[in-house]
Design a protein around this ligand. Sequence first.
Ligand SMILES: [Cu+2]
Length: 509
Amino acid sequence: MAYTRNNAWDNNGTFQNTSLLWYAKGVGIMQTRALDDLNSWWFFAAIHGEYLNETNYPGWGSIPGPPQVPTTPLPSKSIQDSYWNQCQHQSWYFPPWHRGYLLALEAQIRAAVVSLGGPKNWALPYWNYLGPNNQYKMPPAFAQQTLPDGSPNPLFVEARYGPQNDGDIFIPIPPVSEQCQDNTLYTGSNPNTPRPGYGGPNTGFSHSGRLSGNLESNPHNQVHVDVGGQAPQGNVWGLMSDPGLAALDPIFYLHHANIDRMWAEWNAKGNSNPTASNWLNGPAAVGQREFIMPMPDCNAWVYTPAQVNSLSQLNYEYADLSSPAPTQPVAFDATTRRLTRLGLPPTVVAQGDRMDNENSLELVGTHDGTISLKSSGARVQLRLAPEVNQQVISSFAATSEGTLPDQVYLELENVRGAQDAYKLTVNVNGQTAGTVALFGLRRASMEDGQHGGQGLTFVLDVTEIIDNLHMNNALDVDSLDVRITPNNSISEDANISVGRISIYRQSYQ
Ligand SMILES: [Cu+2]
C-alpha cells in the first residue's frame, strides 16, 4: 500500500484535518509509554538527541510542560549507545538519516492510530511553510490547548516561542527561502550551487559537525530556531531551537516531512544523489555507528542511504511534489543571472562540478582574533590581501577567454556559544550577504563533543556582492565593512563568539 503524505494546512490546519487529529491521538498514545520503551515518544526524541544527564535547562528534567517529559526509567546503556543521539547534522547523511527517522515514527503513529480504530492508511502530514497564503504560519491545531473532545491536545507545547520570542509562531520569508532548490550538486560546488552543496559535506557519522549543507542551512536550521525561539525572560529556549530537545515537539516531524518533500522534489527535477559507496552504504560500512530505528513490532530496522535513496523504493508519496511557481523561468539559472548582471554574453561558461575541496579555496581577506558578539552583534573591517584581491579583479577580465569570474564566499568560522536560538544577518558594505541560524551551536561548542568544541562554520555566497562592487569600480580596496546583526538581542549567557571572519575565492580556471 502506498501512503500519501498530505499538506497539514488542508482544512485550514485545524482538527477538521483528520490527518492532524489522528496524529494528535497517536502522539498521545506514544506519550503514555515509558522512557525506556523503544516505542515511546520520549525514546524517539532521544534517538534524535537528548540532555538527560544535565540538571539545568536544557536538561530534560527542567523543561516547562506540557509535555511533562520523564527522565526515568532509563533503558540499558547498550540500548542507549546504539539508538540515542543519532541524528546526522552538518553532513551529507542529513537527508537520508532523517528520511529513515520519519519512516519509523510514521509507522509508530500509524500503528497507534489503527489501534484506536483510525484509518489504516494514515500518513504523516507535512508543513510547507514556503507555500502560498497563510502556510508560513504554524497550523492552528498545534496551538490549541485541547482536542475537539475537550481532552488535552498532545500537539500543544509550552516551550515554543517563535521568531519574535512572543509565542506567535510563524516563519519569516525571507530570509527563509527555497533558494537551495536551484542547486544542481549534492556535495561540492558549481555555478548554481554554493559550497558545500545541496545535501551537505562528505563526512563520517556526524551527530554534530562543522558545516551544514544548503538544504540544512536554509530552510531547515532557520525554521528550527524560528519555531523554537527563546522565552522572553529567563534562560529557557524553545524545544525546536536545540537538536537535543527538538524532537520532543510534535511540529518537528511535520517540519522534517517538508524537508524530505523538498529533497524528493529536488530529485524529481533531475538532480542526483551521491553515488560514492561511503554515502550509499552509510557510516556503518566503515566501522562507525549504524542507522537504526525501532519499529512497532519491536524489531530493529537497520538502514543505509542506498535503501532510502528515492521515494520509488519506499511506500509513500507526497500529495504535492511541485515547487511553487518559479519566480524566474527555469532556464534562468544562477549562471544566466550572473552573466546578465555582468553584461556578459552566454558564450562565457564555467567549468563543471567541483568537489568541496578546501584546497580549491584561496583566502582573500580576514579579520583575525575572536569576536565576541554584543547584544546588537558586531561590526568589523575585514582586511584584504592586495595580491589575492587583484586575482579576483583580474578574473573579471578573464571572461574574454570564456571563463566565469571567481566565486567568492564569506565564512564565519568557529562560531561558538551556549544557546542556539539566534539568527545572524551578515552585511558586506551595506549589501545583505545572507542570514544563518545557530541551530546546533551549543552541541558543536562542547569540548567533549565530536569536534572538540570547534563550533560551527557558516558559508555565505557573496559572489553577487563582489560582482556589484566590481561593476561600481569599488572592489580595489584594502578592506570590506562587515556587519553581523542578530534577529533578537543576544543575551550575555549565550556567550556567542566568532573565531574568524574570512573571504575566500574559488577560481574557475
Ligand atoms: Cu531538524
